[in-house]
Unconditional design. Sequence first.
Length: 230
Amino acid sequence: MKFYVAACAVMLAASSLAQTSEVEITAEPSHHIVLKNDFVRVFHVEIPPHAATLLHRHRHDYFIVALADSEVNSEIVGKPAHTGSMKTGQTAFAEGGFAHVVRNLADTPFPNIDVEVLHPKTSYQWDQERGVNVLEGGTQEILFVKDGVRASETDLQPHAMIPKHKHLVPHLVIAVSDIDLESAVDGRPVKHIRLKAGEVAWVQAGLTHTVMNAGHQNARYVALEFPPNK
């Protein structure tokens, strides 16, 4: 009997969803575009407790970075609803080409960052696609590669430093915590990169620098590295 009731509820929800008009992601009120260039469109998303988005379409593959612990229900047209959870800072990837409603099942808001990949390069080869670099006072972990984009997570204790390195490709920085980083380039004044949790910054290719956490708390951020468009 319980199975029958649950099945009926799923069918009723699917039927209701199928009759709902969908909107483009740019017209969905919970999604706010914060950056756009030749590589990406970046959206800051926040779904209030026990609220739901409008039915909206994802036309591009995208990365999602959770900014808080969450439990959500994803209802895709023509498919069974899927319930899942994410932890703060967790990064995931989804292939586009679908429309869905996302329901926040938690008692707290669900903020996250969605990063659309405008030009996937599945044939691009990285020298390393997984691994952990242990620093003095921190870690850099390469999480995975999707669409030619390499995702990594950095966690730096106060005053910890990333040794001199060169960025051969452009990348997007997504602050999971508030961060205050000192970027030092030979012969130039030290530059501060200050971001609040959920803010993003685009870094062009060719930069050679050291990075130090100048803040009083751990600096945690996700980086997405993009192959050149040429």
